[in-house]
Design a protein around this ligand. Structure first.
Ligand code: HEM
Length: 153
């Protein structure tokens, strides 16, 4: 204010808010195409395919709901299944470090194939890289029983 010369300038409120990643990568339609592409790659991957259930349909849908939610969209996954608890939900699948690496490469490729820009891909990989590693459970004595579609809290 003019009559308070020593008044410190109000710090600019740092608005690092940016549109959610979902919007920046092109929304729901792009997610659908990314997940379809990803699953097509899994289907063609002789090493990874046996890890997945025979019917890839339900997993495809879940992955679309999850990704949309994770990228800042509607909580479509949690509305249906509760907390993702992904490590627990992956226990029925024996995941090695090698298969986690392949999973991640297919996912990155699927985003690239849909024309998602590299900065956005880098943001996704910064989280998905460690998360994919975190799913590795091959040498662990964890419960392998399928937990189905139960709602976890
Ligand atoms: C960033 C890491 C990952 C994320 C975000 C992720 C996400 C998901 C989600 C949301 C589901 C559905 C869970 C459910 O409700 O049943 C799922 C299922 C599954 N994931 Fe992952 N996953 C990751 C890493 C991996 C890795 C590394 C593997 C194996 C190499 C893997 C293999 C599977 C399999 C086999 C299923 C079951 C699919 C089905 O039921 O059709 N995932 N994953």
């Amino acid at each position: 204010m003019a009559d308070e010369p020593n008044r410190p300038i109000a710090p600019r409120i740092k608005t690092t808010r940016q549109p959610a990643l979902l919007e920046r990568i092109g929304g729901r339609e792009v997610i659908e195409r990314v997940v379809d592409g990803f699953y097509d790659q899994v289907e063609a991957d002789e090493e990874l395919r046996p890890l997945f259930p025979e019917d890839l349909g339900p997993g495809r849908e879940k992955q679309k709901w999850f990704l949309e939610q994770w990228l800042g969209g509607e909580p479509l996954y949690s509305q249906r299944f509760g907390h993702p608890r992904l490590r627990r939900r992956h226990f029925p699948f024996v995941i090695t470090e090698r298969s986690a690496g392949r999973w991640l490469r297919h996912m990155i490729q699927a985003f690239r194939d849909q024309g998602v820009d590299e900065p956005e891909i880098a943001e996704i990989v910064a989280v998905f890289g460690p998360m994919a590693k975190h799913m590795v459970n091959a040498d662990e004595d964890v419960p392998r029983d399928p937990i189905g579609d139960i709602f976890l809290t």
